[in-house]
Design a binder for this molecule. Structure first.
Ligand code: NCD
Length: 305
């Protein structure tokens, strides 16, 4: 039985297989010829944190493949978790209803607890600031589609790197490819934790840490902006202090390569000026669309299909 708990669990061969499968899914969706291989399956989407794209694209992916969906949104309040039920008990019960469990939760690492008792494949749809592997795959798929390669790219991550589970999920996947250089661009308050940086150094990743977007922009093939993760801050005032430090403006675009792409997992709040959306290099809505094909591929993957 396969779970998808972390992007760190995949080797290059598996990554390539999933990208190829996602590409097949995209083709099938576009041609309107999808094989409904999940006809007798039920997919449970249980979200203890807000979501637009992740939950609805997983549900759409399931429906496109012929599966049925049961789902709980706002699950902190709308499931028995509210009454104090443990994740283990909730998981055991869901396994007696559904064939795959897709779970998002604010607590980092909680999916490991669920996996210990689960008898059905589990997909981590985001656990705190830790992991969001399906996002990592759709980001990887987007870079490949837009640039036609996954190697020899200069990739900048901008914004709240401290709390970004999407960075922590894309990085292990794209590290499987050679010649990429990473730029981590953030204010000091939102920089990557030092132990994370040390681990990158030890494993030979080529990267620089920068404090300003301006410095990085001309070099980048990919600029991956992130939202300041308000929900991870302990108090409002420390969020207020950093929330507007990094804003990508229309004026910045002049400094960027003509074939660079701007990515963002969305939702974007104030970190990208609205006018940027009209630039062809703004890839974030295309990126969100790719989520559908990638999540179709991931559902097939965990079911061994
Ligand atoms: C991201 C998430 O939930 O981590 N959103 C998403 O899944 N597309 C990013 C974010 O919320 O900032």
């Amino acid at each position: 039985m396969k779970n998808i708990l972390s992007a760190n669990q995949f080797n290059k061969e598996e990554i390539e297989k999933i990208l190829a499968s996602a590409s097949k899914m995209e083709d099938a969706v576009n041609r309107g010829v999808i094989n409904e291989v999940l006809k007798n399956k039920i997919i449970a989407c249980i979200f203890f944190e807000p979501s637009t794209r992740t939950r609805l694209s997983f549900e759409t992916a399931a429906l496109k493949l012929g599966a049925k969906v049961i789902s709980a949104e706002n699950a902190m309040e709308n499931t028995s978790t509210y009454k104090g039920e443990t994740i283990e008990d909730t998981t055991k019960v869901l396994c007696s209803y559904a064939d795959v469990l897709v779970i998002r939760h604010p607590e980092a690492g909680i999916l490991d607890k669920a996996a210990k008792v689960s008898t059905k494949p589990l997909i981590n749809a985001g656990d705190g600031a830790n992991q969001h592997p399906s996002q990592g795959f759709l980001d990887l798929y987007t870079i490949k589609k837009e640039h036609n390669r996954l190697n020899n790219l200069n990739i900048g991550f901008g914004g709240d790197l401290l709390n970004s589970r999407t960075l922590r999920s894309l990085l292990p996947l794209i590290r499987a490819y050679e010649g990429n250089k990473f730029y981590f661009i953030s204010p000091k308050e939102l920089e990557l934790p030092r132990d994370f940086i040390e681990e990158l150094k030890r494993s030979g990743v080529i990267f620089e840490e920068l404090r300003s977007l301006e410095e990085a922009l001309p070099k980048l093939d990919v600029l991956y902006m992130t939202r300041v993760q308000k929900e991870r801050f302990l108090d409002v005032s420390s969020y207020e202090k950093v929330k507007d430090l990094f804003i990508l403006k229309k004026d910045h675009l002049k400094a960027m390569k003509l074939d660079a792409i701007i990515m963002h997992p969305l939702p974007k709040i104030n970190e990208i000026e609205k006018e940027v959306d009209d630039d062809p290099r703004a890839a974030y809505f295309r990126q969100a669309q790719n989520g559908l094909y990638v999540r179709m591929a991931l559902l097939l993957h965990v079911l061994g299909l």
